[in-house]
Each structure stands twice: as structure tokens, then as C-alpha cells.
Ligand binder design. Structure first.
Ligand SMILES: Nc1ncnc2c1ncn2[C@@H]1O[C@H](COP(=O)(O)OP(=O)(O)OP(=O)(O)O)[C@@H](O)[C@H]1O
Length: 369
């Protein structure tokens, strides 16, 4: 079931208390797509999700329309939108077993639509099998871990075979490892059952790992919607670039193809004038000696060798804030990195956003000499 949003704006309050939560938003989600709504706190993610669910009304003056496939659901009650909902805080019925929680929505259906009790039992068992909780069907929510409870919520939301599944920070309250597992679950279930999903998160990694497309929101606007790959490689503006990961800043003055900032110098093919370059931690190399193109001295202030790469924090007078470099373990050993060590940073690539437009360059070619 595709979702089409047309001019969905939202104000809360009235008079002087009136605040805008969403600028009019247009968004098309394809059938079977899994889309992440990503943005900082207060950017409007939850409001947008609640409007799609029918738990909140959009502003009426902008011709707001919500379509599920060909069905206009703008004025359809939440109960009749055929939506599955999963919230951060597992809203399970505490006095019901896992089985009864998952079966609940089916058992309260109007008699004419309700499956037989045999069909309900079969469907619930199949769902519990899918979320691997069959052996816990007789337990009560209090006897489950947070991750297990959230899997029950997922199974319960899917029991009514919704056309659309909406998830609001579904894994927000869980620890890192359980979140990882549940992400795989959700992706797997989504692909197997083929529903259309929209989920809210403020976690960049989660959005990029799980989504077919990510909509990055700020101040009630969608700044950019793209595949994770395109978002990361070709951010549409500075906000998106900075929100999607760690960023190092190099601010200085360009004269005759050389950017100078304190005692740091970098050869650049840019016109004279003030300039700010942005670099991801993996876009810099650490070297023992300066090159003709780059002389950016720095001191190692912290090293974290945990994970696939080593994270190295760097300080220098020319930096407005400490830099972060990620280096391979092999380079970490070769350079024999230690705290207090002095070395040089060599940009391999950088980004700039003049007037909010993104441009990207590979490492400079021209010589400083
Ligand atoms: N019921 C409400 N009444 C008044 N203002 C509201 C209401 N709900 C949300 N807002 C405001 O609307 C804006 C968007 O809020 P929303 O909860 O959608 O953001 P969010 O991106 O989901 O944030 P978070 O990640 O913190 O949940 C915020 O400025 C918020 O204060």
C-alpha cells in the first residue's frame, strides 16, 4: 500500500501560543517501502507519524490530503485506517499472556469479519514463530525482557495484517545489542510480509541501516529524502551532512590557492576569500611528515581502539574544536600511535556548502611550494 502525503502542515495552540510543528509536507512512499523519519528532538517526526495514523489532525486550511493507495484516508478514523502501530514503550496488556496480547485485536473484531478461533490460533502461532517467541506464548509481559516485549508488540501490530506499519522509536528504550537484533528482525519481517513501514528515530545509524529511504527532518521540514547511500555520499545541505555523522571543520582564508588557518596550510583549488571545509573522520589520513599539499600539524589527545577502526582524537591551535580521525588497525600499529604524539593530518577529501549547496572535492592536487 503506497502512502501519499499532500500539504500536511501542523500548528499547535492558538493566538500567541500558536506554534508551527510542521511546514506543509509532501511525501510519496512506495508500496513495500521501509522509510525512516530521522531528525533531532522537536523536528516534527512524531507529529507527522501521528497525523498519518489519524491520531492527530493536520491543519485544515492547506488542502491537506493523506492517501493510502487510492484510498483517501484524510477523514478516516484511526480505527479504520488499517494501520499497525508500535510505540517505544511497549503498550502490552499486563494481565494477558503473550498469546492473548497478540490475539487481542483479532478477538475484538466485529463478528462478521472475525476469523474463527482456529484461524486466530493458527495466525498467532505463525506470528510468534516469526518473532521466535513461540515457546513463551503462555508468559505474561512482566516475565519478558524489554526486547522480547517489543517483539510481542510487533507481532501484535502485524496480527491484523495492516496495510501500513508505523513505528515510533520502537527500539528507543532498549540497549545497543538488543536494538541491533530487533532491527534485523524488523527488516526481515518487513521483507517477508511486504507491508509498507514508516518509523521514527533520532538514531542516524539505525535509520541508515534499516531504511530503504531516509527522510531527514529539521524544524518541521523534510530537508532531504534519499537512500542511505545517496544521503551519506551526497547530502543536500549542511544540516544533513552534519546530522549524519561526525564532522571536522577547517575554517580559514584562501589566498592564491592556499587555505591558511593559524599554522595549518592546505592547497585548494578555490577562489580567494574566507572558506570552511568539512571532513568526515574517515576522510583524513594521519601521516608522520607534511606533504607539499598539506601541512596540518596536530597532537593525539585520545585513542579508542575498540571496533573495526581506531578512533583518534586530535587537537591543535588551528582547530576550533578537536578533530576525530578513524584509522585502520594496521595504520594504528604502523604509526605506533600514542597520546601526546605529534603528527600531521592529510585530508583525502572534503566538502563545502557555499550558500547551502554541497560540493565535494578529492584531495588537492596543486602543490604548496
Ligand atoms: N500536543 C502538542 N502541543 C503543543 N506542541 C506540540 C504538541 N506536540 C508536539 N508539539 C511541538 O511540535 C514540535 C514537533 O514535535 P514532535 O514531537 O513531532 O518532534 P519529534 O521530532 O518527534 O521530537 P522527539 O524526537 O523529541 O520526540 C515541537 O516543537 C513540539 O514541542
Amino acid at each position: 500500500m503506497s502512502i501519499r502525503l499532500h500539504n500536511i502542515g501542523k500548528h499547535f495552540g492558538s493566538g500567541r501560543q500558536r506554534t508551527r510543528a510542521l511546514e506543509p509536507i509532501n511525501l510519496d512512499i512506495q508500496e513495500g517501502e521501509l522509510v525512516g523519519l530521522l531528525g533531532p528532538s522537536g523536528s516534527g517526526k512524531t507529529t507527522l507519524l501521528r497525523i498519518i495514523a489519524g491520531l492527530e489532525n493536520p491543519d485544515r486550511d492547506g488542502g491537506a490530503r493523506i492517501l493510502f493507495g487510492d484510498r483517501d484516508v484524510t477523514d478516516v478514523h484511526v480505527r479504520d485506517r488499517r494501520i499497525g502501530f508500535v510505540f517505544q514503550h511497549y503498550a502490552l496488556f499486563r494481565h494477558m499472556t503473550v498469546f492473548d496480547n497478540v490475539a487481542f485485536g483479532l478477538t475484538v473484531m466485529p463478528r462478521r469479519n472475525r476469523p474463527t478461533s482456529g484461524e486466530i490460533r493458527a495466525r498467532v502461532h505463525r506470528l510468534l514463530e516469526m518473532v521466535q517467541l513461540e515457546s513463551l506464548a503462555g508468559r505474561y509481559p512482566a516475565q519478558l525482557s524489554g526486547g522480547q516485549q517489543q517483539r510481542v508488540s510487533l507481532a501484535r501490530a502485524l496480527a491484523l495484517r495492516p496495510d501500513v506499519l508505523l513505528l515510533d522509536e520502537p527500539f528507543g528504550a532498549l540497549d545497543a545489542k538488543v536494538r541491533q537484533d530487533l532491527r534485523r528482525w524488523l527488516r526481515h519481517l518487513h521483507d517477508e510480509l511486504g507491508f509498507t513501514s514508516l518509523f521514527v528515530t533520532h538514531d542516524q545509524e539505525e535509520a541508515l541501516e534499516l531504511s530503504d529511504r531516509v527522510a531527514v527532518m529539521s524544524n518541521g521540514r523534510i530537508e532531504q529524502i534519499d537512500t542511505p547511500d545517496d544521503l551519506y555520499r551526497a547530502p543536500g545541505n549542511r544540516f544533513v551532512f552534519e546530522f549524519l555523522g561526525d564532522v571536522n571543520h577547517l575554517e580559514g582564508e584562501v589566498r592564491g590557492g592556499i587555505l591558511t588557518c593559524g599554522d595549518a596550510r592546505l592547497s585548494v583549488e578555490l577562489p580567494d576569500g574566507p572558506e570552511e571545509l568539512l571532513l568526515r573522520p574517515h576522510e583524513v589520513r594521519l601521516v608522520e611528515a607534511p606533504s607539499p599539499e598539506a601541512r596540518l600539524p596536530a597532537t593525539v589527545t585520545a585513542i579508542s581502539p575498540v571496533g573495526a577502526e581506531v578512533r583518534v582524537e586530535l587537537a591543535a591551535d588551528w582547530m576550533a574544536a578537536p578533530w576525530l580521525a578513524t584509522v585502520r588497525h594496521a595504520d594504528y600499529e604502523r604509526l605506533d600511535l600514542r597520546r601526546g604524539q605529534r603528527l600531521y593530518v592529510e585530508p583525502r577529501r572534503w566538502h563545502r556548502f557555499p550558500e547551502g549547496r554541497e560540493t565535494r572535492r578529492d584531495a588537492p592536487r596543486a602543490s604548496l611550494a
